[in-house]
Every structure is written in structure tokens, then in C-alpha cells.
Design a protein around this ligand. Structure first.
Ligand code: ISL
Length: 534
């Protein structure tokens, strides 16, 4: 039987900014529950919740202080139980975000590792190393968020490794007890009935035990690399993406499947497509994974998408996860040069997201075609916002409150919102789009329903069609059903020879206009069209 997650659509809820049920200015679990009917109305198969555990919020929940608890800001453990039940009653799966590569520096494991000294029972649960003889850090590793990836602790007269903030010490997955403790987090939540996990930075569990220095990034690659603007100019060869990380991911899969074959676990990886493919492309490998390649793309370029899929196709057993936007990168429409007034572009991008082969991740607001919010520097709440400033206004520009209805806080809260609702989102609220059958929201629902109804779109192989650029075209094919998917990446209308499409049937699901005449097709600016092939 085909597992539920193959070709499924998951809705990514950034809890803090989704819906505030009690007027304290930030989203919470009862808020997610209050909006479950909306989520279900999109036709998605489930939700992925950003981390819900207790956290000092140095990195807004990605620094976890108790893996088995629920963040008090978000509600009580009973609120999670209620949300889980309410989601299941609606047929929605619930996937948790687990950050097992590092913890908060306030996690009791780390506190014990620090205070118990180099011989204490948890001494080796984190990556500790002596300074070099001259007192400097053990090696040259840099943090993704800038500066050295090491912090000195006078109490132990040692440095500990942190790939992100210094308040996010790296857990030592080479230590069997630490590893078992991390794995048992999965058991805990699976026993509570969750359907799976999104694994944060899943390429970073293992570090090189010899602490080999990382090589510099070649100059011609620097502009391509997302993190290079934070001064992070090295290739993360020895602190992450190690080949042997595959063994940890396999162990995670086994652990998850021990609770039932219907559970799903997928990983977030950096830009290394090949590594992601290798981690997920064998029978016992991770079910799925995604890289930052599509998340960082900024140019509508058919060749780029083709190349990405070509690399993935080297790993035929790898079932990809498709993500164009999330809480870390500028919202899709803006990244590709549009704004609040470019619904055609928003719809075409949504259509592409859903039509590509894989499990689709929709980030809250993507179904509304929201552009990136513009914030001033003093409005930023992301601890690394300053570091990234003025680059895209930082990560907060995609984390502003979900716009529910017109009004000062856009219906997000009755209190003072933790991040300002975006001026750019006025006019794009759920309530306004619900009333308009031609809205981006209405299109998003049609597109998801289309995927649900079409085995080709859900499960089919993907083969690129040779049409003139800048039109991207591919066929999805499964059990005799063949759907051609066409996307006009240009802001101009295009007329193309397409003898491959002669005799095809143009389907009603469509963004913009398409006109098929014999062996040629016309597409309006940023149109997305689907055709059933004989
Ligand atoms: O967000 C980034 C830069 O804009 C990325 O480098 C990001 O930090 C990286 O891809 C990993 O992301 C995940 O782990 C981080 C957390 O800050 C992100 O929110 C999370 O998605 C550390 O846990």
C-alpha cells in the first residue's frame, strides 16, 4: 500500500505567528486548534508544527530546554493532546519539528555536562574540546550564524561546539548515552500519537571526531552560498554532512517505524542535494528530505529546476519533499521579484510547488500569496536578525502574523502582536480571499484538490518536456494517467510550438490563461496550465 505521506501536502504552522487564542500577542496551540477547520478546508493531509517544547527562545524554539514538555507560552500538555485529537478527528496528520542536533544551553543535560566537569556522567554528552596551546579555539569551525563555532567555559577550561548560537550547544551523537536519550524523545511523542517528525538540520548529527579544520569556500561559490553573507566563508565538510551521518538517520527511521509503518520522518538538509539524496535513497533510509536549494532560489529559471531534479534523480529511491518557503527565507513571491500586486506569479509558484514530484510543504500564508513583510531594524525579534541585516530584512519578514481579517492586527490577536502585522498583507487576508472565487486562496484549494484527485500528480514519475524557455514543462505519469504541467516563468505572454501536446485536453485547473491550438500553445504571463495527455 502507498504510504499516506507519498504525494501528501503538509501545512507548516509557525505556531508563534499563526493565531493567538488568549490575547497575549503570540500564537499558541489552542489558536492552532481554533483554525483547524481552515487548515482542513485547504484539503491538506496534515500539519507540521514548528517546535512546541519549552525553550528560552534564543532561537524561538529551536533551542529546546525540555524535549518532553510543551512551551508554557503555547499552552499545557493537555492543549497539545486536544489539538492532536482534534486534528485526527478531521483526518489531519500531525508532524512535530524535533531539533535533536543541539539543545538549549539551559537544558539540564547541558547544565550537568558543564557543572559535572570532564569526568562527570554527562561529561561527553556535548562536543567539548581543549583549547589549542595558545588558548584559541580547538579548530577553525565557524557558526552558521557567524563567528567561531566554539565557546569557552572557564568551569571546564574547555570549549564546547555550537553550530548555531552559543546558546545552542551541539549534542554529541557519538556518545551512546546521549544518542539514546535523543532517540527516546521520538518514542515519547510517538507514544502520544504524533504521526511523524521534521528533523531540524538533519545533516549535522555527527561531527568529525578528529575535529579536522574546514576548508574555505572557493571564491566563485561565495555568492551562491546563503550563509556566506554572515561571514561564514567555509565549507561545512567536517562539522556536518558526513557520510556516516547516514547511519544515525537509518537508526532514526528504525526507531520511528517501530511505532508503526504509517509514521513519517523527513529531514531538513543544507544545500547539498547529493548528500540529501544519499541519506534518503535506500530502503532503510530516511523516508524523505529536502535541501535549501529551492528555498534559496531567486530566479525563475527552468534550467535551474531541471538541474535540481536531475541531481535528485541520481538517487531513484529518494522520495523528495518540496519546499519553496519557510520561517527562515524570504517569502516566495518576493524572492522571485513580485509583491502584493502579483497574484499571477503567486499562483504559478503555488501550482509549481504542488505539481512537482514529492511531498509538498506549504508554509502558512503561501496559500494567500503573501509577499515578504518589510520591517524596520528595531522591529526585529530574530536573534540573528541583526547579523543578517539588511539582507532581506532578516528572517522576521516571513514570520509576521498570519493575516486573518481586516483590522489593526489582521485578526491575529486582541493584544499587542509580538511581531507587527505586515502592511503588505492588508487586502490579502483569509476573510477577504474567502469571498473571492478568483483569489489566490481559492486557486490554492483547487490546486491541492487536483493533486488529491490525480494519482499522476501525487505519485507519478516526472519527465521534463522540451519546450522553449522560459516555459518550464514536465509530464507526471502514473498507471496510464499522464498530465503535462506547463509554467510560464515570464511576465510576458508566450506562444510556443508544442507538437507533443497536440490532441491533449486542457484541464480546468489553471492559473492565468492558456490556449491550445493543434500543435501550439499560448500562455498568459505567469500562467500555469495542465493538460491530460492521451
Ligand atoms: O536560517 C538560515 C539562514 O537564514 C539557515 O542557515 C538555517 O539556520 C539553517 O538552514 C537551519 O535551519 C533550522 O535550524 C536553525 C534554526 O534557526 C532555523 O529556524 C531552522 O529552520 C537552528 O536550529
Amino acid at each position: 500500500m502507498t504510504p499516506w505521506w507519498k504525494g501528501a501536502v503538509l501545512y507548516h504552522v509557525y505556531v508563534r505567528s499563526f493565531y493567538d487564542s488568549d490575547g497575549d500577542g503570540h500564537g499558541d496551540l489552542p489558536g492552532v486548534q481554533a483554525k483547524l477547520d481552515y487548515i482542513a478546508s485547504l484539503g491538506v493531509d496534515g500539519i507540521w508544527l514548528s517546535p512546541i517544547h519549552p525553550s528560552p527562545n534564543r532561537d524561538w524554539g529551536y533551542d529546546i530546554a525540555d524535549f518532553e514538555g510543551v512551551q508554557a507560552d503555547y499552552g499545557r500538555p493537555e492543549d497539545f493532546r486536544r489539538l492532536l485529537d482534534a486534528a485526527h478527528r478531521r483526518g489531519l496528520k500531525v508532524v512535530l519539528d524535533e531539533v535533536l542536533s543541539h539543545t538549549s544551553d539551559e537544558h539540564p543535560w547541558f547544565v550537568e555536562s558543564l557543572t559535572g566537569g570532564p569526568t562527570g556522567p554527562k561529561a561527553d554528552w556535548y562536543v567539548w574540546a581543549d583549547p589549542k596551546p595558545d588558548g584559541t579555539a580547538p579548530n577553525n569551525w565557524l557558526s552558521v550564524f557567524g563567528g567561531p563555532a566554539w565557546a569557552y567555559q572557564p568551569k571546564r577550561r574547555q570549549h564546547y561546539h555550537h553550530k548555531f548560537l552559543r546558546q545552542q550547544p551541539k549534542l554529541n551523537w557519538r556518545n551512546p548515552a546521549a544518542r539514546e536519550a535523543a532517540l527516546s524523545v521520538l518514542d515519547f511523542w510517538l507514544e502520544k500519537g504524533v504521526d511523524g517528525f521534521r528533523l531540524d538540520v538533519a545533516g549535522t548529527y555527527l561531527h568529525d571526531a578528529d575535529l579536522t579544520d574546514n576548508p574555505p569556500v572557493p571564491v566563485d561559490e561565495r555568492t551562491r552560498l546563503h550563509w556566506s553573507h554572515a561571514g561564514n566563508l567555509q565549507r561545512h565538510l567536517h562539522d556536518s554532512n558526513l557520510p556516516e551521518n547516514i547511519e544515525v538517520l537509518d537508526a532514526i527511521r528504525r526507531r520511528v517505524e517501530a511505532h508503526g509503518e504509517d509514521r513519517f520522518v523527513f529531514g531538513e538538509f543544507s544545500e547539498e542535494e547529493a548528500r540529501c539524496g544519499a541519506y534518503c535513497s535506500h530502503e532503510d533510509g530516511l523516508h524523505s528530505g529536502y535541501t535549501f536549494v529551492m528555498l534559496l532560489a531567486r530566479k525563475l529559471d527552468p534550467g535551474f529546476v531541471r538541474e535540481h531534479y536531475r541531481t535528485l534523480s541520481d538517487y531513484p529511491l529518494h522520495w523528495p519533499t518540496i519546499s519553496f518557503s519557510n520561517h527562515d527565507v524570504p517569502r516566495t513571491v518576493s524572492r522571485f521579484g513580485g509583491g502584493a500586486d502579483t497574484p499571477d506569479l503567486a499562483r504559478m509558484l503555488f501550482a509549481l510547488l504542488v505539481a512537482l514530484k514529492g511531498t509538498t510543504l506549504v508554509y502558512q500564508g503561501e496559500e494567500l500569496g503573501l509577499p515578504q513583510a518589510t520591517l524596520t531594524r528595531d522591529q526585529l525579534r530574530d536573534p540573528v536578525g541583526d547579523l543578517y541585516w539588511p539582507y532581506d530584512g532578516g528572517r522576521d519578514g516571513c514570520r509576521t502574523p498570519m493575516p486573518w481579517q481586516p483590522g489593526e492586527t489582521l485578526g491575529f490577536t486582541t493584544g499587542t502582536p509580538w511581531l507587527p502585522p505586515a502592511a503588505e498583507h492588508r487586502g490579502l487576508t483569509v476573510a477577504e480571499q474567502e469571498k473571492d472565487p478568483d483569489s489566490t486562496l481559492a486557486f490554492a484549494r483547487r490546486m491541492i484538490a487536483f493533486k488529491k484527485d490525480s494519482a499522476a500528480l501525487r505519485l507519478g514519475e516526472l519527465t521534463f518536456l522540451d519546450l522553449a524557455e522560459p516555459v518550464l514543462a514536465f509530464v507526471r505519469e502514473h498507471a496510464g494517467e499522464r498530465i503535462a504541467c506547463l509554467f510560464n516563468f515570464s511576465a510576458e505572454p508566450r506562444f510556443l510550438d508544442a507538437p507533443q501536446l497536440a490532441g491533449a485536453q486542457l484541464l480546468p485547473v489553471r492559473a492565468g490563461d492558456a490556449d491550445l491550438r493543434g500543435g501550439s500553445i499560448g500562455l498568459s504571463p505567469h500562467a500555469a496550465a495542465f493538460l491530460r495527455l492521451a
